[in-house]
Design a protein around this ligand. Structure first.
Ligand code: SF4
Ligand code: SF4
Length: 202
C-alpha cells in the first residue's frame, strides 16, 4: 500500500509526542517533581528507559561527560601554602613538538641574573581554534603538567588563543574531573618517591 511508511512514521511521532506528556504526568505524580532541569531527569532521559522526549534542554541542562572526555588542554599547578601557584610545567617543549597541528607556543624563562634557563614557562599559549583535542600533549608530557579539560564552553567571538593565566588550573580541579587518572598518577608518584628515598638510604 502506498503511504504505509508515511503513516508508520506519523505513528512513531505521535507515540513519542503522547509519551512525552504521559511521562511528565507520571513523574509529577509519582516522584513529585519535573523530569527537567535535574540530574535525575537528565540521567533518565539518557537511559534506555526514556520514553517521549529524550533531548536535553541545553544550556540549562548538560549531559554528564565521561572521565576520558577530552577538550582543550589545561596546565596543572600545585597550590602552595601561601596561595602561590606552582606550575608543574618545566617548559621542556615536548608537548609543542608532538602537537600535530602545532598549536602550542611556549616562551621559556631565563634567570635575569645568570641568563640561564629556569624550568618554568614565561608564556604558554594554545590556539583553541586549531587544537584538535587529540590529547597527545597530555600523553607525552613527562611531568603530568598538561591535561585534557572537560570544559567545552569556551567559544568566543574573537580568535580563541588561550594564554598561561587562562590555561592554569589547580590539581584539585584535575582530581575532580579525572579521579581515576589522578589517583593512579599520585600512587605512581608516591611509589617513585619511596624508591628514591630507599635508594638514598642504602
Ligand atoms: S606541558 Fe609538559 S611537555 Fe609541555 S612544556 Fe610543559 S612540562 Fe613540557
Ligand atoms: S590536544 Fe592535540 S592538538 Fe590540542 S594542543 Fe594537545 S597535542 Fe595539540
Amino acid at each position: 500500500m502506498y503511504g504505509k511508511g508515511l503513516i508508520k512514521g506519523l505513528g512513531v511521532t505521535f507515540t513519542r509526542y503522547w509519551n512525552t506528556y504521559w511521562e511528565d504526568i507520571t513523574w509529577l505524580v509519582g516522584r513529585k517533581g519535573k523530569r527537567y532541569f535535574s540530574a535525575e531527569g537528565v540521567a533518565h532521559r539518557s537511559s534506555k528507559d526514556a520514553r517521549g522526549i529524550f533531548t536535553v534542554q541545553y544550556p540549562e541542562e548538560k549531559l554528564p561527560v565521561p572521565e576520558e572526555f577530552r577538550y582543550v588542554p589545561f596546565l596543572v599547578y600545585e597550590e602552595g601554602s601561601n596561595g602561590e601557584k606552582n606550575i608543574r610545567c618545566t617548559s621542556c617543549g615536548i608537548c609543542a613538538k608532538v602537537c600535530p597541528p602545532q598549536c602550542i607556543w611556549i616562551v621559556r624563562t631565563n634567570d635575569p641574573a645568570t641568563g640561564r634557563p629556569v624550568p618554568a614557562p614565561a608564556e604558554f599559549y594554545i590556539d583553541a581554534d586549531i587544537c584538535m583535542n587529540c590529547g597527545f600533549c597530555a600523553e607525552y608530557c613527562p611531568f603530568d603538567a598538561i591535561k585534557m579539560d572537560h570544559d567545552y564552553e569556551i567559544s568566543s567571538e574573537k580568535r580563541n588563543v588561550l594564554d598561561k593565566q587562562r590555561l592554569m588550573k589547580p590539581r584539585t580541579y584535575y582530581a575532580e574531573i579525572r579521579p581515576v587518572n589522578h589517583a593512579r598518577e599520585e600512587a605512581a608518584r608516591a611509589e617513585k618517591a619511596a624508591a628514591k628515598a630507599a635508594k638514598a638510604e642504602a
